[in-house]
Design a protein around this ligand. Structure first.
Ligand code: HEC
Length: 233
């Protein structure tokens, strides 16, 4: 099978000859951040107009989900029904394991066009690794994080890499999803899977925590197991 063959070739090649084996000392866990404000801040720090549009989109979402940003839903005279004057409830998506907002947490087939994803690769390109021509997408919640290396990405972060064959056709999509703390604590709590071009999940390797994938990806200690974060064209 082409995929297995490619991986075997990969494993026998010294892809990471120059990668330092950094100690597993990620940044301290940041305290919970409210998803909306921190992601907007990250987006506004970026200068691209696409990011600004995204920020506006998120602002709108925040406005809705915050119940109108402080608009008086509590009409005067009505009994308060919720828990008394405590802080706002935290977002339900789970605690980010790093900083910033939680990501989508699942593979979304429209990643190439969705505002929930971004790429720094304007076109497929040779990555310089054994994987040939690739194009990588990350969930938008980690846009801008590269400047903060070493980093740990928030729960729900998704990375997708299209791998192209010699004729310029995607033959496999490999996917990483950052799970909740405790999923696979020795290996950064990442879930791995390979998908066929029709988006169905490939059975080889078995989705989850295949050592095949982890053995390579654990080299990315300062980028939370992500190896392609700096690739751009
Ligand atoms: C031979 C080493 C190696 C193996 C095995 C490997 N990868 Fe990777 N992976 C890389 C490298 C290097 C990159 C950076 C992009 C590139 O060079 O293709 C990468 C990038 C990725 C990305 C893009 C996100 C990122 O920045 O890391 C995903 C997603 C991914 N791999 C998933 C997988 C999955 C799933 C498996 C197992 C089925 C796997 N990889 C097995 C070396 C490997």
């Amino acid at each position: 099978m082409a995929w297995g063959g490619a991986l075997r070739t990969g494993l026998s090649t010294d892809v990471f000859g120059s990668s330092p084996n950094l100690p597993q000392s990620g940044p301290e866990k940041a305290p919970d951040n409210r998803a909306c404000p921190s992601s907007i801040k990250a987006m506004l720090q970026s200068t691209s107009s696409r990011a600004l549009l995204l920020a506006l989109a998120v602002l709108q979402v925040c406005a809705c989900s915050d119940g109108g940003m402080g608009s008086a839903d509590d009409a005067p005279g009505t009994e308060p029904t919720g828990p008394s004057a405590g802080p706002d409830p935290e977002p339900t998506q789970g605690e980010p394991s790093g900083r910033g907002a939680a990501g989508p947490g699942e593979y979304l087939a429209d990643y190439a066009t969705s505002d929930l994803f971004f790429t720094r690769m304007n076109a497929p390109a040779g990555s310089g690794s054994v994987h040939g021509t690739v194009r990588i997408w990350y969930s938008s919640n980690v846009e801008g994080l590269a400047a903060e290396e070493p980093f740990v990405v928030p729960e729900g972060t998704v990375a997708i890499k299209d791998e192209y064959d010699g004729s310029g056709t995607v033959f496999v999509k490999v996917v990483m999803i950052k799970k909740a703390a405790g999923y696979d604590p020795d290996n950064g709590d990442w879930y791995y899977e390979a998908r066929n071009p029709d988006d169905s999940v490939a059975s080889n390797p078995t989705p989850g925590t295949p050592s095949l994938c982890i053995e390579c990806h654990r080299q990315g200690a300062s980028t939370d197991y992500l190896l392609g974060f700096s690739i751009a064209n």
